[in-house]
Design a protein around this ligand. Sequence first.
Ligand SMILES: [Zn+2]
Length: 108
Amino acid sequence: MALQCPACEQPALTVTASRELGPDERSDERSLQVVRCGVCGFGAIAFYEESRRGAGESFHHDGYYAPAEVVDALEKALAGGGVDDQEGILYDAGGARYSSFPIRFLPD
Ligand SMILES: [Zn+2]
């Protein structure tokens, strides 16, 4: 299965770094990723989400444009560099926590 680059449209986009974040209220699998194109060098942040609940399987795989330095920093963090997985939550060497959280609406 090839992933198409949104910049040059070639089937050369690959996931170069990925971290599973564990399940949440909606999905069984969630991964924060960096994707890059082997032809033109395009890079972006991506999020993969898969659910096996209810009627059948469904997944979403979306890319997000971001400044090159942000993509580079995330790729480095996800690839290792002092980051440890603990129960699907990411911690860096300083103990800072990287995971996701639901944004809750509170009425005024
Ligand atoms: Zn490309």
